[in-house]
Design a protein around this ligand. Sequence first.
Ligand SMILES: Cc1ncc(COP(=O)(O)O)c(C=O)c1O
Length: 310
Amino acid sequence: MISYAFFQGRFVPLSEAKIGVMTHAFNYGTACFEGIRGNWSSEEEVFYLFRPRDHFERLLKSCRVLNIELPYTIDEMCNLTVQLVEMNSYREDIYIRPLAYKSSERLGVRLHDLEADFLLFVTPFGPYLDIEKGIKCCVSSWRRIDDNMIPPRAKICGLYVNSALAKTEAWENGFEEAILLTHDGHVSEGSGENIFLVMNGKLVTPPTTDNILMGITRDTVMKLAKNEMGIETVERQIDRSELYIADECFLTGTAAHVTPVIEIDHRKVGSGGVGKVTHELQRLYFDVIRGKNRKYIDWCIPARPKLVKA
Ligand SMILES: Cc1ncc(COP(=O)(O)O)c(C=O)c1O
């Protein structure tokens, strides 16, 4: 089975989508990306791509930060994504990676006077963290990068070294995920997820100014909590010690979905199991991303893979 990518303006076999070693983005991290889930429905034989328009809108914002001008509109990028998913013959949950990068093969640290390219590839992708049992987290010794260093509201490739340092430190110390604090010690986010606490019947999550990525899953969960459960979200600074006294905690992200956090820094969160609010939000969320809740069907774009002969 050949996999395809969109690379340098056309669809090519994935094995031919290669960049040179002198590529600016490879040397200096001058690229930005997105991750979009394609959720496979075996009953309907269709992928539901979840909120691709919002992902491409965010990609274009990241491009503005990096001085990258793409020759595609949001609609065009959505259409290219649907075409690519339909060309590939996966029949399971997938992850679509759009990436905009400084493609010039030239040395010199800068953002100006460089060409850019846009690519897409697709890969099968199941659960990223344990969404059933929940996970154990630690507060990282690495701090979240500040807006005045590399803006975390943009999903910039080079920024992910910060996440990788925190994730591996957590993993080597026996935790599944790291929670990063801002430079002044407030809770920011996970290495690849936004964070929510449940406190006194409300959701509490860090504000955009605490160096978070403005997550699309974060937004989805806030809307579902309000519309379907009548639960408000308070966006405010969170102290580290609030992590230890919250009733529930969960992480959100395209890869992580809604992942319950059952322990932080060796302290049980609530009773140490998956909390009621988290559980109900997970149920609502999975129906929505799998196209089963018609009320939110506008968030999903269908893609039907072509039938391939065995
Ligand atoms: C650092 C970081 N924060 C938060 C998120 C969650 O964002 P989203 O829900 O849009 O995937 C991600 C994942 O993309 C991320 O990498």
